[in-house]
Design a protein around this ligand. Structure first.
Ligand SMILES: Cc1cc2nc3c(=O)[nH]c(=O)nc-3n(C[C@H](O)[C@H](O)[C@H](O)COP(=O)(O)OP(=O)(O)OC[C@H]3O[C@@H](n4cnc5c(N)ncnc54)[C@H](O)[C@@H]3O)c2cc1C
Length: 382
């Protein structure tokens, strides 16, 4: 793979860098703001990015995207992280919702869902996990009953990020029980304002409530909101997860390098940079972060070839989540006992938030199974 950017790519990078320099709001201004203002600010930020042409960079032009390649998307992600710019609000919609509608949606669905998703007018969430179906997603029990021109949905989802502000939910439901639990699933796009939906926030170890439980009581969903074929929802769900790990993985590769650099700075500031054990740990983290970046380039090459992210996304997600946990642990060690009390540099928050990294978007154990079976061709675990 060629690591140098072409001339047009360099021009794109310079254009993005200059735009972010004069337009990006500071992330630190967000400390202590309530959830509503946080969401409002992130929504306004996405709108601004959208108007400048930086949202949906790889999406088709006719639906509000820019029709560019994954390379431009990657350049943009790197510049966002380097500029320490905040993320747009619609992370789930942009990373998964849009790409899955592009892949499986009808023309009407693309026209209906993509433009407001890009402009942050409608936020998306992902309703896959249930109390008894997480890693074993095909064990899900939320029912969609066929009533002619619509479905009636009953059941419960859990850990649904952004459900409290979302307009649309990518909802994986069971339409029929079949011998293979992956058969008979139907993928619905559910309007979160429909009668019969109840959202209850769940508070995390950080004190934030990013995710929720959702209860569905006789919720009517028109058939025009089925994505893909009824009963074939598993294939649509797999496209969603490939995008989740792929897009996430690529962004994380750069983020790891920034965290490693911030960690070195943190040790220096506290006068711990000369401690041989601290130095060795930080050097090791930096090496791993760089290796992650190189794997990120490999993932981009796969996307360029096939148009969809491959299992490389699972390598990135697995490596990043474990590395991020080690880096935040080192940061707290370097801070000493004070690091557990105050949160001057934000490391305590990052340490607590990083606990979820090895669970969300596929746990480390499950990702290792995927890599063993699908990449290395080892026998199936079950
Ligand atoms: C911050 C956060 C945000 C999330 N956001 C969303 C969201 O927006 N939408 C959504 O649908 N879900 C979301 N999730 C849920 C997430 O996808 C699940 O938590 C995850 O898939 C694990 O499922 P589980 O919690 O049911 O654990 P389980 O599947 O019950 O796993 C429990 C333990 O068993 C291990 N295990 C399970 N199966 C195997 C196996 N076959 N081999 C080896 N070990 C195994 C797991 O690794 C884990 O350690 C979120 C989770 C977090 C933490």
């Amino acid at each position: 793979m060629d690591f140098d950017l072409s001339e047009p790519e360099k021009r794109f990078r310079d254009e993005v860098r200059a735009w972010l320099k004069s337009n990006s709001p500071a992330k630190d201004g967000e400390d202590g703001v309530d959830q509503k203002s946080f969401i409002d600010r992130r929504r306004a930020w996405q709108k601004k990015l959208y108007e400048a042409g930086y949202v949906g960079i790889t999406w088709p032009k006719e639906f509000g995207g820019r029709g560019l390649s994954f390379m431009e998307q990657l350049i943009f992600n790197d510049e966002m992280i380097l500029a320490q710019a905040p993320e747009p609000i619609n992370v789930i919609g942009l990373g998964m919702g849009g790409p899955v509608v592009v892949a499986h949606g009808t023309e009407e669905q693309k026209k209906r869902y993509l433009p407001p998703l890009l402009a942050a007018e409608e936020i998306w969430c992902q309703g896959f996990s249930e109390p008894n179906a997480g890693s074993d997603l095909s064990g899900l029990q939320t029912r969609a009953e066929d009533r002619g021109d619509h479905y009636v949905v009953n059941g419960q989802k859990v850990w649904t990020t952004l459900a409290h502000v979302a307009k649309w939910c990518m909802l994986l439901t069971r339409e029929r029980k079949e011998a293979n639990p992956r058969d008979g699933l139907t993928y619905l796009l559910v309007d979160m304002e429909s009668p019969g939906i109840e959202v209850r926030p769940l508070v995390q170890i950080t004190g934030d409530a990013e995710f929720n439980e959702i209860f569905f009581h006789d919720v009517k969903v028109p058939k025009s909101q089925v994505l893909g074929e009824p009963g074939q929802g598993w294939a649509v769900a797999m496209t969603t997860l490939l995008h989740e790990r792929g897009t996430l993985g690529m962004a994380l590769a750069t983020r790891a390098q920034i965290t490693a650099a911030e960690l070195a700075e943190h040790a220096r500031k506290l006068g711990r940079g000369g401690d041989p054990l601290v130095r060795q740990k930080i050097a090791q983290h930096t090496i791993e972060a760089r290796a992650l970046q190189l794997n990120g380039y490999r993932a981009v090459t796969a996307v360029r070839r096939n148009g969809i992210p491959g299992p490389e996304g699972s390598i990135l997600k697995l490596m990043w989540s474990e590395l991020n946990q080690r880096m935040t642990e080192t940061a707290l060690d370097v801070s000493g006992p004070a690091g557990q009390v105050g949160d001057g540099a934000g490391w305590k928050y990052q340490f607590l938030r990083s606990r979820a990294n090895t669970i969300e978007a596929g746990s480390s154990e499950v990702l290792r199974n995927i890599l063993a079976e699908r990449v290395l061709g080892l026998p199936r675990s079950r």
